[in-house]
Design a protein around this ligand. Structure first.
Ligand SMILES: *Cc1c(COP(=O)(O)O)cnc(C)c1O
Length: 407
């Protein structure tokens, strides 16, 4: 493969300033993005790129969606932050709309995805003690191998990725691992102390790993029978990405708890939520949990518009139809520099043949050809365009990928 793309002197200077003053917790591709509109971004030198990452699905509606920007702008001029010490006139309508979208009673608003996961863990434990009757301090939560739920100390403690864990212990106890996609393993791992099963319906960071058909239905059936909460981390898989509102919808399954984030903030600000019925989320009492920014009026105004954009189902249908197109086009690549593809709606994991190069190298070559993707776990690239992408744009991006693979 040819060397990494070069950036001009000004961009080099911007990158160097970042490298000098920003902690090195990421290894970004060498491009300095300055503007974005819809599916396209422009770098500091004026070069355009098709965004096939969408900030890990936080930009499901694309960059600068007019209705979302309008909602944010209007709210900026009225009121931005109150804290939950008082009511604000935006949180209630947002929670009502989101609860309706999810078919649940209650919403607990937070900011980042990791906070939603942490909140879900607290809710599960409190439910385990106060409703199920697990002895205090004994509750366990079953999680899947290969999971990604965020970066806090508790969450990395139940990751099995050494890069996420090593150097950050000691870890929070109370988590039990089972293989992803194996419902019988969940059933075997359940004890009277199990409060919840926490899984991603499709594992995103692991490389868009889709469980066998029937897995989510089996998890639902087992957890219901055993009086264990089913918590679905839909932070990346939810809100239209897979061609349905939630990835759980693919199997007609409703979990006890939805964890939402990323696209919920419309690509404008961080907004996450735990959504469940009152018999579950109602266990949290005043003073037991909170967040200074959670439920702020600015985020609530944007979140309300996000829910409105999803309520008609049009975007989900679009993602489903385009996803079939994407799947057909990507299937052509298998055996031609690609060893496997996994596609769910507008979300794809593409495994690159080692003979061609690493996922990172392919991402760098695509960057040079005007396409943004991100590698994960060495050999995989992840494709997750904004759901407003056009079929012709997807075709063009796949042509670029074909050229890169053939080089
Ligand atoms: C991104 C992600 C998170 C964490 O979200 P942050 O906003 O980065 O904290 C949690 N779970 C899943 C499935 C994710 O993809």
């Amino acid at each position: 493969m040819t060397p990494s793309p070069r950036v001009d002197v000004d961009s080099r200077r911007i990158i160097e300033a970042e490298e000098q003053h920003v902690a090195h917790n990421y290894h970004p591709l060498p491009v300095v993005i300055a503007e974005g509109e819809g599916v396209w971004v422009t770098d500091a030198e004026g070069k355009r790129y098709l965004d096939l990452l969408s900030a890990y699905s936080a930009l499901n509606f694309g960059h600068g969606h007019p209705a979302l920007l309008a909602a944010a702008r209007a709210q900026l001029d009225r009121l931005t932050l109150t804290s939950r010490a008082y009511h604000n006139d935006r949180l209630g309508p947002f929670a009502a709309a989101l609860a309706e979208l999810c078919g649940k009673d209650l919403v607990l608003p937070m900011n980042t995805g990791a906070e939603a996961v942490e909140t879900g863990i607290k809710v599960a434990r409190a439910w385990g003690y106060r409703v199920k009757g697990i002895p205090e301090g004994q509750a366990t939560i079953i999680v899947a191998d290969g999971n990604f739920h965020g970066r806090t100390t508790t969450i990395v403690g139940f990751s099995d990725d050494p890069q996420a864990r090593e150097g950050f212990g000691p870890f929070t106890p109370g988590f039990v691992h089972v293989p992803f996609g194996d419902a019988a393993a969940i059933e075997a791992a359940i004890t009277p102390h199990t409060a919840a099963v926490l899984i991603e319906p499709i594992q995103g960071e692991a490389g868009v790993v889709i469980p066998p058909d029937g897995y989510l239905r089996a998890v639902r059936e087992i957890t219901a029978r055993e009086n264990v909460l089913f918590i679905a981390d839909e932070i990346q898989s939810g809100l239209g990405r897979v061609g349905t509102t939630f990835a759980c919808d693919r199997e007609g399954v409703v979990p006890d708890v939805y964890l939402l984030g990323k696209a919920l903030g419309g690509g404008i600000l961080p907004l996450s939520a735990v959504v469940a019925d009152a018999d579950v989320l109602g266990v949290i009492r005043p003073g037991e949990h909170g967040s200074t920014f959670g439920g702020n009026p600015l985020a609530s105004a944007v979140g309300t518009k996000v829910v409105e954009l999803l309520a008609s189902g049009d975007l989900q249908k679009r993602a489903a139809a385009l996803g079939e197109h994407l799947e057909a086009r990507l299937a052509e690549l298998v055996g031609h520099g690609v060893t496997a593809v996994r596609v769910a709606g507008l979300w794809a994991g593409v495994d690159i043949d080692r003979a061609v190069g690493t996922g990172r190298q392919v991402a760098e070559q695509l960057l040079a050809r005007g396409v943004l993707v991100k590698d994960t776990h060495g050999q995989t690239i992840r494709i997750a365009p904004p759901l407003v992408v056009r079929a012709t744009e997807l075709d063009w991006a796949i042509e670029q990928l074909k050229v890169v693979l053939a080089d």
